[in-house]
Design a protein around this ligand. Structure first.
Ligand code: MEV
Length: 431
């Protein structure tokens, strides 16, 4: 368990020392430390067991966000992402939040929804009644499909039945099976249970069952995070804390009112969310689908977060989104780096993982809004982006730093300019 996520100067340490520091904080074994350091992640043999037609592996950088305190616990957060600024942004705003006590997060029971579509019904409302009358029998049948999860305290919880009067294929009935998946993401469990119920649902209703599948709009499995940022900590250079706080609230208001802005605002939140979801081997497409569907639940797509100035004049933020995350099953178990990531996070339940992910999403949102509402996103972003530009221009090893420095100083972070600088640098080295 991490004793402190406050690791001043972590950013400036050489890579080996960063690994050693994380290993020490997370209590990794020697073998795990070597695996983390040597980037011994997935191998081809394992990859072949995961998907079809494997020809290679695809890697992403794994960074560690520092400074996070979630529900009073210090956590180091592994983030797998290709975009510069994300890990740095989350670490920076986690530090601001730390001064206000860190993040508080709460998560619903891990209840997922499975859908069973029933067609060809003469009287959908009577069929609905018959299904609800058979609730206990159907829940028991669903429980039989996963005795292990039932033993762990999960299992079928409830049935809801909806009549869709007007669809392009006419009226239909949809049965929702509510299933507590405990520490699993739940797709396999729920799909199996839905398939097992289909024949009995047909008998009860006299209709025809077509789809039997999990819904990614996991709105019974919401995660919420909150933080309070002392206004003094928000000020920098020519920007007083009060101005920054007000700017962040105004930036959020824009996203709250306008779907065009909300899409980008939520993308910033998902920068943080997805990076942890990917690092832990979870299904990020499911998380994305759930988040955006939830953002549109009122019929108008809007912001997943909200920001306000509290009674003390501090900045207060909240985030709410569905997080169907697992720590057992799927890639979380098969992918060695995902296992290491879970160990670094120090989580023992899917619920704890969701608490941290929600906190990271909120931190990421704050990082983006703080930059956007003050100096703009490009200044900080370009410095980090410049590294990728220098490498794309052909810079190698020791050449990268001077090329980055020059293109940033020139204010022209472009590959053609980096190539020019690199050419000059190499000519200078030969002379
Ligand atoms: C870029 O990856 C994310 C941002 O566009 C998010 C936002 O605009 O809030 C900076």
């Amino acid at each position: 368990m991490t004793s402190s996520s406050r690791l001043p100067g972590f950013y400036h340490l050489p890579l080996e020392e960063r690994v050693a520091r994380v290993a020490r904080e997370a209590g990794l074994t020697d073998e795990e430390t070597v695996a983390l350091h040597a980037a011994i992640g997935l191998d081809l043999a394992r990859a072949e067991q995961m998907v079809e037609n494997v020809v290679s592996l695809y890697s992403l950088p794994l960074g560690i966000a520092v400074n996070f305190v979630v529900n009073g616990r210090d956590v180091l957060v592994p983030m797998a992402i290709e975009e510069p600024s994300v890990v740095a942004g989350a670490s920076f705003t986690a530090k601001l939040a730390r001064a206000g006590g860190g993040f508080r997060a709460i998560v619903d029971e891990p209840e997922m929804i499975g859908q069973i579509q029933v067609l060809d019904l003469a009287d959908p409302c009577s069929a609905r009644f018959d299904l609800l009358a058979a609730r206990d029998e159907l829940l028991a049948l669903a429980d039989e499909t996963d005795p292990v999860i039932v033993q762990l305290g999960g299992g079928a919880r409830d049935l809801k039945v909806r009549v869709l009067e007007h669809t392009p294929a006419g009226p239909m009935l949809v049965l929702h099976l509510i299933f507590d998946c405990r520490d699993a993401m739940g797709a396999n469990t729920v799909n199996t249970a839905c398939e097992a119920l289909a024949a009995r649902v047909e008998e009860i209703t006299g209709g025809r069952v077509l789809l039997r599948i999990l819904s990614n709009l996991a709105d019974r499995r919401l995660a919420r995070a909150r933080c309070t940022i002392p206004v003094d900590g928000l000020g920098f250079r020519d920007f007083p804390g009060e101005t920054v706080a007000r700017g962040i609230v105004e930036a959020w208001a824009f996203a709250a009112a306008d779907p065009y802005r909300a899409a980008t605002h939520n993308k910033g939140i998902m920068n943080g969310v997805d990076a942890v979801v990917v690092a832990t081997g979870n299904d990020w497409r499911a998380i994305e689908a759930g988040a955006h569907a939830y953002a549109a639940r009122s019929g108008r797509y809007t912001s997943l977060s909200s920001w306000a100035i509290d009674a003390q004049g501090n900045l207060a933020g909240t985030l709410e989104l569905p997080l169907a995350l697992g720590i057992v099953g799927g890639a979380t178990r098969v992918h060695p780096t995902a296992q290491l990531a879970l160990k670094v996070l120090g989580v023992e339940t899917a619920r704890e993982l969701a608490e941290i992910v929600a906190a990271v999403g909120l931190a990421q949102n704050l990082a983006a809004l703080r930059a956007l509402a003050t100096e703009g996103i490009q200044r900080g972003h370009m410095r980090l982006h410049a590294r990728q530009v220098a490498i794309a221009a052909g810079a190698e090893g020791d050449e990268v730093a001077p090329v980055v420095q020059q293109i940033v100083a020139d204010g022209t972070v472009r590959v053609d300019h980096a190539q020019e600088i690199l050419k000059r640098l190499r000519q200078g080295a030969k002379a």
